[in-house]
Design a protein around this ligand. Structure first.
Ligand code: FO1
Length: 326
């Protein structure tokens, strides 16, 4: 597939989102694809402003990501971290030397008054990322995880420090009420033919973005009038498990058996299409019964070629869902 002349917006967070966005970026031009990224995972550490999901998406698109972890940079060195450890500093969040430069410069620019959107655009240009990567908002949003053992934990403490082990009772997105979608996010959604919800964690990666953009008109799913009528999600849950990250564990702890069907139900009322793995083919009928069209395919993305293949199949599916031109 080459030029589709479609305008696609992908909502992404975490490693699964970054991989799928990379697949899309191999097929669509920068005019055709915009990626809106979760910033609820952002936090301050050692006085630095860290935006893990933005960095994961940008490093992945730039071909700079660490292939083993999916986050951080390839060929990383750890001199600063080793020295911090020697000084007795907190070492639960691993900051590589190259990655540290990103946080130092982001923090400096934010302190100068630049918007996170502008800073991300500048970083993308420096790293050779051509597709627009937009933070969901320039206003701070902080995901808080309510846990049985520790009460409310800031997201990175839950995710990294406690290795997602505490039992989840719910989520709160601090600052979400006053956070606004940026002009760039509004413009991308206004011209979009379709919005794709990447195979990211529905609770902590996609929900904050949906909360931010929910005041914007999403259009009629049948006619496409008034906004991007086609909305397609990809399941991050395959055979009841997540490839990476705590999404399946979160569903279970919130009393919902984890499955692709549970993901489709989570987004109920929003979707026109849903992509699920072959191992979950038996769930397709129940999803179709919710008036959501389905694509059943291989959704694992172990290689860049697989990312591209899944993106290509998803785009063909999107094309089939678009209203016929009148
Ligand atoms: N994830 C970890 O599991 N351990 C880490 O030490 C860690 C460090 C880190 C540094 C920079 C960065 O951009 C991401 C980092 N991540 C780390 C990943 C990150 O916390 C999560 O992938 C996301 O927030 C979840 O979407």
């Amino acid at each position: 597939m080459t030029q589709t002349h479609l305008s696609i917006v992908a909502l992404a967070g975490g490693v699964g989102g970054a991989k799928f966005a990379h697949g899309l970026a191999q097929l669509l031009s920068p005019e055709e694809l915009t990626i809106i990224v979760n910033t609820g995972d952002d936090f301050e550490h050692f006085g630095l402003s860290i935006s893990p999901d933005l960095d994961t998406v940008c490093y992945t698109l730039a071909g700079l990501a660490n292939p083993e972890t999916g986050w951080g940079r390839a060929g990383e060195t750890w001199q600063a971290m080793d020295n911090l450890r020697q000084l007795g500093a907190p070492d639960w969040f691993a900051l590589g030397d190259r990655d540290l430069a990103t946080h130092l410069e982001r923090t400096r620019r934010l302190k100068e008054g630049q918007r996170l959107t502008e800073i991300t655009r500048h970083f993308c240009a420096a790293w050779g990322v051509k597709h627009p990567v937009l933070p969901m908002s320039d206003d701070p949003v902080r995901t808080m995880v309510d846990t049985a053992e520790y009460g409310e934990l800031p997201f990175q403490e839950y995710f990294v420090k406690h290795r997602c082990e505490p039992r989840v009772r719910g989520f709160r997105f601090e600052g979400i009420e006053s956070a606004r979608p940026t002009l760039e996010v509004r413009a991308a959604l206004a011209r979009a033919d379709a919005v794709l919800l990447c195979p990211s964690n529905p609770w902590v990666s996609i929900d904050p973005i949906l909360r931010i953009i929910s005041p914007l008109p999403l259009g009629d799913p049948l006619t496409g009038a008034g906004g991007p009528g086609v909305r397609v999600a990809l399941s991050p849950i395959i055979g009841g498990k997540t490839v990476k990250g705590p999404a399946a564990k979160m569903f279970a702890e919130l009393g919902i058996p984890p499955s692709a069907l549970a993901v489709a139900e989570h987004y109920r009322g929003l979707l026109t299409g849903f992509v699920l793995d072959r191992v979950d083919a038996a769930l397709a009928a129940s999803i179709q019964a919710m008036n959501i069209q389905t694509l059943v395919t291989d959704t694992l993305m172990p290689t860049p070629a697989e990312r591209k293949r899944l993106a290509e199949e998803t785009l063909r599916f999107v094309l089939s869902l678009l209203p016929a031109p009148s």
